[in-house]
Design a protein around this ligand. Sequence first.
Ligand code: GDP
Ligand code: MG
Length: 698
Amino acid sequence: MEALIPVINKLQDVFNTVGADIIQLPQIAVVGTQSSGKSSVLESLVGKDLLPRGTGIVTRRPLILQLVHVDPEDRRKTCEENDPNAWKNGRLYKGVDGEEWGKFLHTKHKIYTNFDEIRQEIENETERISGNNKGISDEPIQLKIFSPHVVNLTLVDLPGITKVPVGDQPKDIELQIRELILKYISNPNCIILAVTAANTDMATSEALKVAREVDPDGRRTLAVVTKLDLMDAGTDAMDVLMGRVIPVKLGLIGVVNRSQLDINNKKNVADSIRDEHAFLQKKYPSLAARNGTKYLARTLNRLLMHHIRDCLPELKTRINVLAAQYQSLLSSYGEPVEDMSSTLLQLITKFATEYCNTIEGTAKYIETTELCGGARICYIFHETFGRTLESVDSLGGLTTIDVLTAIRNATGPRPALFVPEVSFELLVKRQVKRLEEPSLRCVELVHEEMQRIIQHCSNYSTQELLRFPKLHDAIVEVVTSLLRKRLPVTNEMVHNLVAIELAYINTKHPDFADACGLMNNNIEEQRRNRMRELPSAVPRDKMAGGAQGEQEGGTGTWRGMLKKGEEGQGEDKMKAQSPQKGHAVNLLDVRVPVARKLSAREQRDCEVIERLIKSYFLIVRKNIQDSVPKAVMQFLVNHVKDSLQSELVGQLYKPALLEDLLTESEDMAQRRNEAADMLKALQKASQVIAEIRETHLW
Ligand code: GDP
Ligand code: MG
């Protein structure tokens, strides 16, 4: 079996680093009748005296014997695993040639370096469960043998097939044992060693019979003929060994194990093999080369090797897939830094470009789950800000009483004949001022989004940046402070936009003409009414109708109105000319209560003022809705976009900072190394597999 060691070792090495499962070698089970020599065959394959053998029923529980290959180096590790202080204290293995040792599952951590003890423990453990009177049990004993001279292989020693119950054995002993055997050998990954003693009838071999049940094609059954030395005088196994009696696909191999006498005399494995060789040469010279324990081992080697080679293609695929994965992982980590200053410049530029691209919408990484970057700024302008402005009511926060009071305050001590212009200005300014807050809020929102883009860029776009946490933080810091610096400037501008609107109420604005026409008309009407000196008020419906009708056709403007009253002081003239209607006079005399029924005149005046305010407010709101986004773009977005690169370079591209900024996170350096090691291991694995595929062991 040792021929496989280098191959398996190579694979093992590879797999240890790669972390994949090592190829599962088939397990090898021996079947046959009682005392046919099963345990002896297994033992000679292992090359160690460790199994109880003897006449009668000796093997009464399955023995799962796992051979574990160890490097002398690993051995130390295994010792420490078992007893952390053992090695340090020199308690174990010191001075013992024990580079091989055994461990039972049922004795936990106990280490056996003496193989006689192992055999004794198997016997004890067999008795413990199966009793001392030939009883059997299907509960396996599990034994691991650690050695540098074995391959990782599982051998299963099974109780022999028996027909007649003896001792404590139950009546259906034959059935029970058969089932026990079948349980192990029906595993398709099990090579069956069907053991038959040469001094029994091969044609009726129970071993081959049971093997055929699970392996009818004989693809994993190897026949072993034991006790060649015990054949009756005058007979030989020629016909059997030539496969003439019963053909076995994988072959028939005759062996000579140690007799009971040899066992009693403690004949060792090596002597036994030498004697076996001599025996075969003498008795079967023509067949000697194809029989014997050594040949059996070689044949098993070949079977195992076949198995390994069958597994290789799939393994190779798996390794190639892994290699590809690690390759891409590794490249995502970037190369170790060689030229620091160019790397820094590159990273800064890349970040700045990504940042601008995210704003422009030309970023490589397109977010699909939510709006981001420029698109979100657009949304803020037109949806968030636009809608908020639209929801600002032109007369919000202004009651009729407020309007009336403003009108009265504007006229001072004189009773007013016409609606005073000053009151309109005062009131409209107050309303326009209300646009400032949502405008400033718009700046804030865009600022927040610009801040968010920083995260976006470092998360998705410039992966490499994550390698250098310090640089990342520094970039974030620079951009953040650049944004912060622009905030007051932009706010100031937006504040000014509103202030500009407040500074001068342009009643000559073309869009304002209609509203003025309306007012003008209203005044005309009033005057006409007064001229006619009608005692009663103009019917309200007529008034309203007129107002509506004039909306378009009105010739007058605000200007016009002023002109008309310009012969003297407009108001004065009116006042002098027209005797006031009763209720209008009353209005000025009576203190204005908080809530009361308004007179027709008051109603009219308020309506006029309110309409004017509304009309003018809409003009200003439109202006603000249009100009605030422009200001934000100019003073915040575009400014940052344009100066980002130079700002970053100016602040970060300094020789003194290089080393510090480009310190990789420990994590990253380690991860890169790991990935690189893994990749190397995988490449080596691939190579090893290729070599093994070309190896010819025979
Ligand atoms: P098992 O019951 O099938 O496991 O058989 P064992 O391995 O315990 O062997 C039964 C007995 O046959 C033991 O006393 C062995 O020494 C003896 N024996 C096994 N193989 C041979 C052989 O090839 N030649 C001789 N002379 N004795 C053998
Ligand atoms: Mg046995």
